[in-house]
Design a protein around this ligand. Structure first.
Ligand SMILES: Nc1ncnc2c1ncn2[C@@H]1O[C@H](COP(=O)(O)OP(=O)(O)OP(=O)(O)O)[C@@H](O)[C@H]1O
Ligand SMILES: [Mg+2]
Length: 345
């Protein structure tokens, strides 16, 4: 399955269904949706109560008959029907009507690198349910590289790292294609989980609900950065008494706690570099690694990569929306049709 830029240019909208966030780019209108991939459902009636930001806010605060579901997990659509309902709501009536007016609606979607046929099928089915007659799939790595302005079509190597919620994908690109790539099933969610576990074990503290992003609490004072404050205060619930309690946590200890998931990412980078042809590795030493994806904003992550690889590390300007912007640029025909092959070989 290959998709040409020509076919992408004919698409009317593009979707990046992520484990954490859903983004929709509509040709001519730009990025119209950037919301959490969550939906709140009334389990008695099956009615949808809220989607996106509102649904995420309800996580852990709902009565038993309301459930917050996440139709995308691990980079794959796991509940096609719910993903369709969520997308319909996120798009809104006006946008949906304008898309429905297109005689042959075409859609594009980002798929994780090495997504299996079943996962690809689930993404296609989701968009067909939204009225698309044809769906083009684009490798997230290529979309993100285009989105952050890497010169992917040049005969020099560039290294990109897409740090998502469910996974981290690393690739070396040259001449518009992926030379080597690796998908590591560790992302922002694993980092959050490591922090939650750390607070539980070391401070016997449970965070009030999943919606309180543990990371963001620690980050509010730039706590994970080596040059940030040495301690930060966190509010939670005592594991034993069940009462609310706040503790001062040592940010160095939090940094240690997230080392374990992050070393898996470093391993993946090592693997990619080891199988990469030496000529390209020489290019990479100059150009370095470009980090994109929401988790690229994890303070101190770039520094850790710099130390491990000894290469320059850059964070894209808007790392979280790079993939959506990249696929959008392909739809708008802003990419030179050189040798760019939007799908991995
Ligand atoms: N400022 C920040 N600091 C640290 N982590 C952040 C920040 N902003 C977002 N994140 C993390 O980034 C992740 C979301 O990134 P992104 O939007 O790229 O994920 P996604 O595309 O939904 O996931 P995937 O591509 O893995 O399916 C979340 O895990 C979130 O915790
Ligand atoms: Mg993503």
């Amino acid at each position: 399955m290959t998709v040409s830029l020509e076919q992408l240019r004919r698409c009317h909208f593009a979707v990046d269904l992520g484990a954490a966030r859903t983004r929709v780019y509509v040709k001519g209108a730009g990025l119209v949706v950037d919301q959490p991939s969550a939906a709140a459902v009334n389990t008695r009636t099956g009615a949808l109560i809220a989607v996106g930001e509102f649904a995420e806010q309800m996580t852990g605060r709902t009565p038993s008959y309301i459930r917050v579901v996440r139709p995308v997990s691990g980079g794959t659509v796991v509940d096609i029907e719910m993903a369709q309902r969520m997308l319909r709501h996120l798009l809104g009536d006006k946008m949906r009507r304008s898309l429905r007016r297109k005689p042959r609606l075409r859609a594009a979607a980002c798929t994780p690198h090495d997504a299996d046929p079943l996962a690809q099928r689930a993404t296609i089915e989701t968009l067909v349910g939204l009225g698309a007659r044809r769906v083009e799939l684009v490798d997230t790595l290529i979309a993100a590289a285009v989105g952050c302005g890497l010169p992917v079509e040049q005969p020099e190597a560039t290294m990109i790292m897409v740090c998502g919620a469910a996974a981290t994908q690393v690739a070396v690109l040259s001449l518009g294609s992926i030379v080597t790539a690796e998908r590591i099933p560790v992302g922002g969610e694993a980092v959050d989980h490591a922090i939650v576990q750390h607070l539980r074990h070391q401070h016997e503290l449970m965070l009030p609900s999943q919606s309180v992003r543990p990371l963001q609490i620690a980050l509010s004072g730039n706590g994970l950065s080596p040059d940030g404050p040495v301690s930060t205060e966190i509010h939670g619930r005592d594991v034993a008494t069940g009462l609310a309690r706040s503790v001062k946590i040592d940010t160095a200890a939090v940094r240690n706690a997230i080392q374990t998931p992050l070393t898996a990412v470093l391993d993946g980078i090592g693997k990619v570099l080891r199988v990469c042809p030496p000529d390209l590795v020489a290019d990479l030493a100059d150009r370095g690694i470009m980090m994109v994806g929401g988790s690229a904003l994890l303070p101190g992550f770039d520094q850790m990569l710099r130390q491990y690889t000894g290469m320059p590390v850059h964070i894209a300007e808007r790392p979280d929306i790079c993939a959506a912007q990249g696929i959008g640029a392909m739809l708008e025909g802003k990419i030179e049709p050189l040798t760019l092959n939007p799908l991995a070989p």
